[in-house]
Design a protein around this ligand. Structure first.
Ligand code: NAD
Length: 502
């Protein structure tokens, strides 16, 4: 699959938007798209300007007010979703190679985890809408009340760069399953796989015109034009907390809602009764998979002091042994950071940690990797306090902090001492403790004795500055539908008759 790199460096592709069933002309500013492993340009992104965004939103509106998608049957929506699922799997090798080329995530992970998961989202929601229904209440004598879920309308789906296809596919699958149309905006850093998916969808003629639209470009131009557009009905956003706040302010002007999947700084607590090896393996995967660039990374570790020395020694040895290099190399465990700015930022965090009194256990420097790529050494630091910036800020990199603890209440308080609230990881073999601590952890998800597990039947999302809303079966329904209550009188209502005395 490495040949994909040579091919794209030799002939960078042109990425545009896709509006009303056709690829848009290359109109806006040109933005270079880079392979982070070599620093070389692999595509030219032609930014979608406000006019292109407006055409995309209008096409999406037409698609749900007239034409075959307006009121499309469950069977029709299922057929389209399954067609996307199949198309992703048929093209999995190429999509995984593009994802690796554009993000630097090891090919072993994009091919085996991210791309199959992107496909699975479409199958999951196709199955969910077959079973899903409204509710009927008959408890009040003389009345029947119905709760139905109607499509919310035109959805704006804005995604991040760290798992571009998988995370945005989840939004597309949910939005389309519940009968909406969408305008998708990938990160300007990583547009390749979604662009390719739209080419495949177009070639196979899966959706009627205007149901799925793609706009590409910077947040300040294309993203802002989309989230501030007066005719969208909601935004489903995954990305940074500050961007989420900006989008919410734009939505507030139109009294509209947004589902926000934002940042995290998740605690991973290893109790003294944990299975040592399982906790060690889980802590490593939870901090370093996906080059450590995961919203749900459990990279703020708390280790019980009774075996802290042993854990620190083993953890440090394994971090130093992580294989950094070309993400197309099957042996590679850690690829490059997404760009030079992110690489420099990680190194600055290691320096600030040292300045604040933390101890460097591993890494903290640039790594040779490939020439001109943005590689850093996987990093671990022993922190003296949870107040350090390396324990409070989302570094979004292969960078773990470790603190030790003695007391359960104290560690729960420290775990909760964060402006984020995405995930809490617990490692213990004591069931009562697991459930007691899980109840005390202030996050949207708690994972017990497992790293990075997601289950679409449950909801995933954060509290505090980690977000608003939950993605998953019923969470996505809440996000992408309007709940309507219809109350029917079954006999003449027993109510006062106003004006009856005349
Ligand atoms: P980002 O906020 O920089 O960008 C995300 C998207 O928003 C991009 O498409 C960008 O172009 C767009 N954008 C930027 N400004 C905008 C504006 N004013 N209006 C509309 N759109 C705008 O985030 P990122 O750096 O791409 O992603 C990393 C962040 O995403 C991390 O904080 C990470 O934790 C978070 N994330 C969260 C989850 C989750 O499920 N909670 C999952 C993955 C990533």
């Amino acid at each position: 699959m490495k040949h994909v790199r040579e091919q794209f460096i030799a002939a960078p592709i042109h990425v545009t938007g896709y509006v009303d069933g056709a690829f848009a002309a290359a109109d806006g500013a040109d933005i270079p798209v880079t392979d982070p492993a070599t620093g070389k340009q692999v595509a030219i992104l032609h930014e979608s300007d406000a006019d292109t965004v407006d055409r995309a939103v209008r096409a999406a509106r037409r698609a749900i007010t007239s034409g075959p998608w307006a009121g499309a049957s469950v069977a029709a929506r299922q057929k389209a979703l399954i067609a996307v699922h199949d198309a992703i799997l048929e093209n999995a090798d190429e999509l995984a190679a593009l994802e690796t080329l554009n993000t630097g995530i090891p090919y072993s992970q994009t091919r085996n985890i991210h791309i199959p998961r992107a496909a699975h989202n479409f199958k999951f929601f196709a199955e969910f809408i077959n079973q899903d229904g409204g509710e009927v209440f008959t408890q009040e004598p003389g009345y029947m009340s119905l709760v139905t879920y109607e499509p919310i309308g035109v959805t704006a789906l804005i995604g991040p760069w760290n798992m571009p296809l998988g995370l945005t596919a989840m939004k597309m699958a949910g939005a389309l399953a519940f009968g909406n149309s969408c305008v998708v905006k990938p990160s300007e850093l990583t547009p390749l796989t979604l662009y390719r998916l739209f080419e495949i969808i177009d070639r196979k003629g899966i959706f009627p015109k205007g149901v799925v639209n793609l706009v590409n470009g910077n947040g300040a131009v294309t993203g802002n034009a989309l989230s501030a557009h007066p005719d969208i009905d909601m935004v489903s956003f995954t990305g940074g907390t500050e961007t989420g706040a900006r989008i919410l302010s734009a939505l507030a002007k139109g009294i509209k809602g947004g589902a926000m999947e934002l940042g995290g700084k998740s605690a991973s607590i290893v109790f003294d009764d944990a299975d040592f090896d399982r906790a060690l393996d889980g802590a490593l995967l939870g901090s370093f998979m996906n080059n450590g660039q995961m919203c749900l990374a459990g990279s703020r570790l708390f280790v019980h002091e009774s075996f802290a020395d042993r854990f620190l020694e083993a953890f440090t040895r394994r971090v130093k042994a992580l294989k950094v290099g070309d993400p197309f190399d099957p042996a590679t465990e850690i690829g490059p950071m997404i760009n030079r700015a992110q690489m420099d930022r990680v190194i600055r965090y290691a320096e600030s940690g040292l300045g604040e009194g933390a101890t460097l256990l591993a890494g903290g420097r640039a790594h040779d990797g490939l020439k001109d790529g943005f590689f850093i050494e996987p990093t671990a630091m022993l922190a003296t306090s949870n107040a350090l910036s390396i324990c409070q800020d989302e570094i979004f990199a292969p960078f773990a902090t470790i603190q030790t603890f003695r007391d359960e209440d104290d560690v729960v308080a420290r775990a909760n001492d964060s402006r984020f609230g995405l995930v809490g990881y617990l490692w213990t073999q004591n069931l009562e403790r697991a459930l007691r601590v899980a109840a005390g952890i202030k996050t949207g998800t708690v994972l017990i004795n497992t790293p990075i597990m997601r289950d679409l039947r449950t909801g995933f999302g954060g509290i505090r500055q980690s977000g608003i809303g939950r993605e998953g079966a019923k969470g996505s329904r809440a996000m992408f539908t309007e709940m309507k209550s219809t109350i029917i009188a079954l006999e003449a209502p027993k109510m006062p008759k106003l004006g009856a005395g005349a």
